[in-house]
Design a protein around this ligand. Structure first.
Ligand code: AMP
Length: 427
């Protein structure tokens, strides 16, 4: 709906501004991809690919999938277009657009939803992990979302991750029957996800389960320590959540999530999350490309923003032209056109109605000024300009209308007196 689209545009504006500051460039990838990309990239055992993708066979008998997330497509594109060999290191890109997951719809969880995400591809430095967390927190700061909690954890690189998974499975094996239905399946296919299961979160078996941090190799531990030290240096508050693992198979090393306690979000308090994925490119037959990324759910961000109870900025148009009589009507269209070419937002009444009816129509647009143009005005070659706030009226010669209106709009917006010509005073 138009009133919603405005909120989306504002959100997209902040996405672009913050991304510009961190020097990330936009990338746009297709909405659908070969299914194999997600099966290999995101992981056949992840819930997302196992149960939630929209897969279709097209008329050429190819299996295609509506993208459930952005990262796999971007890495595919980077490999296919050899962007890694031409770009600065790391390659820094952001995206936003629709994603599709066959989930149970509820507040903050849709089957078609939108994500804003970013990827820094090509370096394994802990500085990049830290910068991505800074970028994600600055973004929420720019949206003025309060009480943001940054949760971080590390899974380590593949050897740490594998050692941990073996230990976790050994520990869980005798307790599998106490786990929820999904986790009994995950135990074999994707045991990491048992750790952050929402159903089993109060199961004492999980409280005592080994944690990924305890299985990090020395090198992986020092990578994580470096990330934390960088966050401290930047004064970014975080909380180490030892159970944080995230839903996609490709994560290695640092994982993070950002949440807030705003009531408007209901049960879905996670606004976004991400982490490092050092092996995804090789999984997709590309070169070694260590990378870090994150993604935010845009619907959730909008729910959070709505929950702030901010008074929406009143949307103005600059002027509404009320023309009386058929001659004035035709000339009014030309005047409207002239003002629009000068960059002003102007509306007028398309129907031949009386003054009162046109004022009523004009009010719906919330104009700063009414421009009244009837027989008298045509005769004198003027337009009657009425300030919608104060009711003051001026007859302005047609050839001076544009300049006069620009000045009046400036005075209207700044609240300066009529005598003021838009000075630098903060009045
Ligand atoms: P993920 O790609 O699973 O790491 O999700 C990143 C973010 O996308 C989440 O924190 C949510 O804000 C959002 N998200 C994921 N799935 C959905 C969904 N089905 N509906 C709305 N937002 C979602």
């Amino acid at each position: 709906m138009p009133q919603d689209a405005k909120k989306w545009q504002e959100l997209e504006y902040v996405i672009r501004q913050v991304s510009r500051i961190y020097n990330f460039e936009e990338i746009r990838t297709p909405i659908f991809e070969a299914s194999e990309l997600f099966h290999r990239g995101v992981g056949d055992t992840s819930d997302i690919v196992k149960k939630e993708t929209y897969d279709f066979e097209d008329r050429g008998k190819r299996m295609i999938t509506l993208r459930p997330e952005g990262t796999a497509s971007i890495v595919r594109s980077v490999i296919e277009n050899k962007l890694y060999s031409t770009s600065a290191q790391p390659l820094k890109v952001f995206y936003y657009g629709p994603m599709f997951r066959y989930e149970r719809p509820q507040k903050g969880r849709q089957r078609q939803f939108h994500q804003f995400g970013a990827e820094a591809i090509g370096l394994k430095s802990a500085l990049v992990d830290s910068e991505m967390i800074a970028y994600a927190t600055t973004f929420l700061l720019a949206l003025k979302i309060p009480n943001v909690i940054v949760k971080v954890n590390s899974l380590g690189d593949l050897p740490s991750k594998e050692a941990y998974i073996t230990a976790l499975k050994d520990y869980l094996r005798p307790h599998v029957k106490t786990l929820c239905h999904d986790c009994q399946r995950r135990f074999d296919e994707n045991p990491l996800r048992v750790l952050d299961c929402k159903i089993d979160k109060d199961n004492p078996v999980l409280h005592k389960a080994p944690k990924p941090l305890d299985y990090l190799t020395e090198a992986d531990r020092s990578h994580f320590d470096e990330v934390l030290a960088n966050l401290d240096e930047m004064n970014i508050k975080y909380f180490i959540d030892k159970n944080l693992v995230r839903g996609l198979d490709y994560y290695t090393h640092t994982v993070f999530e950002l949440e807030t306690d705003l009531e408007s979000l209901g049960a879905q308090s996670t606004l976004g999350g991400g982490g490092r994925y050092n092996s995804l490119s090789e999984t997709l037959d590309g070169p070694k490309l260590p990378a870090v990324g994150f993604a935010f759910g845009m619907e959730r961000l909008l729910l959070a923003i709505d929950g702030l109870n901010k008074k929406p900025d009143t949307e103005y148009i600059h002027a509404f032209l009320i023309a009386l009589g058929s001659v004035a009507k035709t000339k009014a269209l030309a005047i409207t056109e002239m003002l629009r070419h000068g960059g002003l937002v102007v509306e007028y009444d398309y129907q031949d109605r009386n003054l009162k009816a046109q004022f009523k129509q004009a009010e719906k647009y919330n104009p700063m000024f009414y421009l009244i143009y009837g027989e008298d005005e045509i005769k004198d070659n003027v337009v009657n300009v009425k300030n919608a706030k104060t009711g003051e009226q001026d007859r302005i010669p047609l050839e001076e209308l544009y300049e006069n209106l620009v000045l009046k709009i400036r005075q209207y917006s700044t609240g300066c007196s009529d005598a003021c010509d838009g000075c630098e005073e903060d009045c």
